[in-house]
Design a protein around this ligand. Structure first.
Ligand SMILES: *[C@@H]1O[C@H](CO)[C@@H](O)[C@H](O)[C@H]1NC(C)=O
Ligand SMILES: *[C@@H]1O[C@H](CO)[C@@H](O)[C@H](O)[C@H]1NC(C)=O
Ligand SMILES: *[C@@H]1O[C@H](CO)[C@@H](O)[C@H](O)[C@H]1NC(C)=O
Ligand SMILES: *[C@@H]1O[C@H](CO)[C@@H](O)[C@H](O)[C@H]1NC(C)=O
Ligand SMILES: *[C@@H]1O[C@H](CO)[C@@H](O)[C@H](O)[C@H]1NC(C)=O
Ligand SMILES: *[C@@H]1O[C@H](CO)[C@@H](O)[C@H](O)[C@H]1NC(C)=O
Length: 272
C-alpha cells in the first residue's frame, strides 16, 4: 500500500558566518511554486510509474496542499493497472539550484513505504554524474532505516575516519555504482517507525569543507529548528555529530559538485 507524503516545510538557508539566514522556503499554499514536474515515464530508475505533469498531478489528486497546510505527494492508489501498464506517480525538481555554502532543511510527517515502494529526496547537478549527487532520504521495500549516499566521478572517496553517527557501506569510492552510502542508525528514520513517531527533520550542510547530513525523529527535533522562522537565522552549534559526514579532505567539493537541484520523487520497483 502506498501512502501520502506530507511536507511541512522545506527551508533553504545560506551561511553568513557561523549562522544561516533563510534564502528560500517552500511550504504551504506556495510550496509548488518553483518546482518542475517530470511529465514522462520513469526512464531514469526504470520503475513502473509515469511521473505525471503538474496539470495531471493536480487534477488526479497526486500533488496538493491539504487543509492543514501540509503538502501531499502521492502515488495513484485507486486505479487498477494491468501488467506492463505504468501507475501514475510524481517527481518534482526545484527550478533553482543551491550552491556550496547552503543548508537544506526538510520537515516530513510521512514517507510512503511498503513492497516495491521507493521514495527519495535527493539532489543532482545538471550533468550527471559529473556535477555530483547527494541522496538524503532513500529506502525501498521494507527497509526500516534511511540510507544516505553521495555519487561522483572518480577521485572522491569517503574517509574512514570521519565522525558520523551512521554506518558507512563497504564502498569508499564514491564513483562506484552504489556510491558512498551511510546507513542511518538512529531509530525511526524510515518505514512504519518514521510514521508512528510523527515523522522528522533532515538537514544537509552543503559546504566546501564537506557534506554533512543530520536526522532528527520528531521528538528529538532541536529547539534551534523548532523555534526557527523564515525571518530568523539558524545556529548549528548544538547539533552535534552529523549522521553522515563526507569530508573535503578526501573529496574536493568544488571539483565534484556544482550547484544542486533538489528532487522529491516516488517510484515503484526499478533499478535500485
Ligand atoms: C489511498 O491513499 C489514501 C491516502 O492518501 C488513503 O486514505 C486511502 O485509504 C488509500 N486507498 C487505498 C485503496 O489504499
Ligand atoms: C526521458 O524521457 C523524457 C521525455 O520523453 C526525455 O526528454 C528524456 O530524454 C528521457 N531520458 C532518458 C534518459 O531516456
Ligand atoms: C480493482 O480490482 C479489484 C480486484 O479485482 C476490484 O475489487 C476493484 O473493485 C477494482 N477497482 C476498480 C477501481 O476498478
Ligand atoms: C516494470 O518495468 C520493467 C522495466 O521497464 C519491465 O521490464 C517490467 O515488465 C515492468 N513490470 C510491470 C509489472 O509492468
Ligand atoms: C566530519 O568529520 C571530520 C573528521 O573527523 C571532522 O573534523 C568534522 O568536524 C566532521 N564534521 C562535522 C560537521 O562534525
Ligand atoms: C520540537 O517539536 C516537536 C513537536 O513538533 C517535539 O516533539 C520536540 O520535542 C520539540 N523539541 C524540543 C527541543 O522541544
Amino acid at each position: 500500500m502506498v501512502r501520502a507524503l506530507l511536507f511541512g516545510a522545506l527551508a533553504l538557508l545560506a551561511s553568513t558566518g557561523s549562522a544561516y539566514d533563510v534564502i528560500r522556503e517552500y511550504s504551504g499554499n506556495t510550496f509548488f511554486d518553483g518546482w518542475d514536474f517530470y511529465g514522462a515515464p520513469d526512464n531514469l530508475t526504470l520503475g513502473n510509474v509515469t511521473w505525471v505533469s503538474q496539470t495531471d498531478a493536480m487534477s488526479l489528486g497526486l500533488a496538493y496542499v491539504n487543509t492543514q497546510g501540509n503538502v501531499i505527494l502521492k502515488v495513484d492508489n485507486t486505479t487498477n493497472v494491468t501488467y506492463g501498464q505504468e501507475r501514475n506517480s510524481v517527481r518534482i525538481t526545484t527550478q533553482d539550484a543551491y550552491e556550496l555554502g547552503s543548508l537544506w532543511l526538510i520537515d516530513i510527517n510521512h514517507i510512503p513505504y511498503g513492497c516495491s515502494v521507493w521514495p527519495a529526496f535527493w539532489s543532482f547537478g545538471p550533468q550527471w554524474p559529473n556535477d555530483g549527487e547527494i541522496d538524503i532520504i532513500e529506502g525501498i521495500n521494507l527497509m526500516t532505516y534511511n540510507q544516505m549516499a553521495i555519487h561522483t566521478t572518480p577521485g572522491c572517496t569517503q574517509s574512514g575516519s570521519v565522525s558520523q553517527l551512521g554506518t558507512s557501506g563497504s564502498t569508499t569510492d564514491c564513483s562506484q555504482p552504489a556510491g558512498c552510502t551511510v546507513m542511518e542508525t538512529s531509530p525511526n528514520s524510515f518505514e512504519s517507525g518514521f510514521a508512528a513517531a510523527g515523522g522528522g527533520v533532515w538537514a544537509t550542510k552543503f559546504d566546501d569543507t564537506g557534506i554533512s547530513i543530520w536526522f532528527w525523529s520528531r521528538p528529538d527535533v532541536p529547539q534551534s529548528i523548532n523555534q526557527s522562522t523564515s525571518a530568523s537565522s539558524l545556529d548549528l552549534s548544538g547539533w552535534g555529530t552529523p549522521h553522515a559526514n563526507y569530508s573535503s579532505t578526501t573529496c574536493n567539493m568544488n571539483e565534484f559538485f556544482t550547484p544542486q537541484n533538489l528532487v522529491l520523487d516516488i517510484t515503484l520497483c526499478g533499478d535500485w
